[in-house]
Design a protein around this ligand. Structure first.
Ligand code: ADP
Ligand code: MG
Length: 317
């Protein structure tokens, strides 16, 4: 297969069609219509084999995750996805690999209604870059910089599952098969919280997606907003899979420090509490702390004592 056969066969058909795409794959560049009253949100993320995903990851999972991590960035901005381009570098044109990869990518592209409007295909070490464009009503994008003292700190879903999935894949511990499947799927197929991100427009004072771990990513909000925070360790949302697999303290360490969960962390001023409860489904998010003055992030244990979190929880296995 030539490069052009590959593009025609795996990346041209089947992807969602959008009326705002004037010119898609096939020309020197793509051409899209920017809708009135909306701002354009752009981001890009690269996955390198062996660094962002383990070498033996299924091709369909790689395709899925490459898009998921980009959608997660749009979710954290409160944006709606529209168009993407794909830069694919692989050592060879392996049809089994390409089929799996394009199917995984397509599966999530359909769910999120993203058009694939172009890309680049080259030979080299396996590397996948997706650039994605989303739309947000003018002035309503969620940013990292708006948190104020007194705001509640919240996260979506549960934390630490992807970290446990990675530990399991790296054979640092042995899990029951069912739990292993759940947590490895949390690592390989993260759920971008797009609906929640969009629902938070006009409500959240700041937002970020958790790719590097809660402590690290909440730290970005604190720095950008010029504030501090306290976190209550007992409020961290843990899945049943995680709490049944590890002693509580280790599970909490993972929830604080492990990356790859792609949940959202966001802050909400007290006067928006009611709006928040109305907008989001009960159980889809959890309050874990409060924004404070200053610049320190204090983690409090069950007795209200400050403790220093273990930075790399999963290394304890
Ligand atoms: P150029 O030489 O102008 O860079 P290419 O030959 O690289 O064009 O690509 C031809 C067309 O195929 C372009 O429209 C490009 O956007 C698209 N394309 C190339 N690789 C991919 C890919 N992996 N996925 C989607 N579209 C691609
Ligand atoms: Mg090219």
């Amino acid at each position: 297969m030539t490069e052009f056969d590959v593009i025609a066969h795996y990346f041209s058909q089947n992807f969602p069609k959008r009326t705002d795409v004037i010119l898609g794959i096939g020309d020197d560049a793509a051409l899209c219509t920017g809708p009135n009253g909306m701002q354009i949100v752009v981001c890009i993320d690269t996955l390198v084999e062996g660094i962002h995903f383990p070498v033996k990851t299924a091709p369909a999972d790689i395709g899925y995750k490459a898009l998921a991590v980009n959608l997660s960035d749009l979710a954290a901005m409160g944006a709606t996805p529209a168009w993407m381009t794909l830069a694919l570098t692989c050592p060879e044109m392996n049809e089994t690999w390409l089929k799996g990869f394009s199917q995984g990518l397509l599966e999530l592209a359909k769910k999120a209604q993203v058009s694939l409007i172009g890309g680049d295909t080259t030979r080299g070490p396996l590397t996948i870059t997706i650039q994605i464009t989303g739309l947000v009503p003018e002035g309503q994008a969620l940013q990292r910089s708006g948190a104020q003292p007194g705001d509640g700190i919240y996260v979506t879903g549960t934390l630490g599952d992807a970290g446990l999935g990675l530990a399991s894949i790296q054979q640092q511990l042995k899990l029951p098969v069912l739990i292993q499947e759940i947590v490895e799927s949390r690592l390989n197929r993260p759920t971008p919280r797009l609906e929640i991100g969009q629902a938070l427009r006009g409500i959240a004072s700041s937002a970020i997606d958790i790719s590097d771990g809660l402590i690290a990513d909440l730290g970005h909000i604190l720095k950008a907003s010029g504030v501090g925070a306290t976190l209550q360790r007992e409020n961290l949302p843990l899945s049943i899979a995680l709490s049944e697999s590890l002693p509580l303290a280790q599970a909490q360490d993972l929830a604080l420090s492990a990356g790859d969960d792609y949940e959202l962390c966001f802050t909400v001023p007290p006067q928006q509490d009611l709006a928040l409860q109305k907008r989001l489904k009960t159980g889809s998010y959890t309050r874990i702390g409060t924004i404070k003055t200053g610049n320190a992030l204090h983690c409090l244990d069950e007795k209200g004592q400050i403790f220093v979190p273990q930075k790399k929880g999963y290394q304890h296995f």
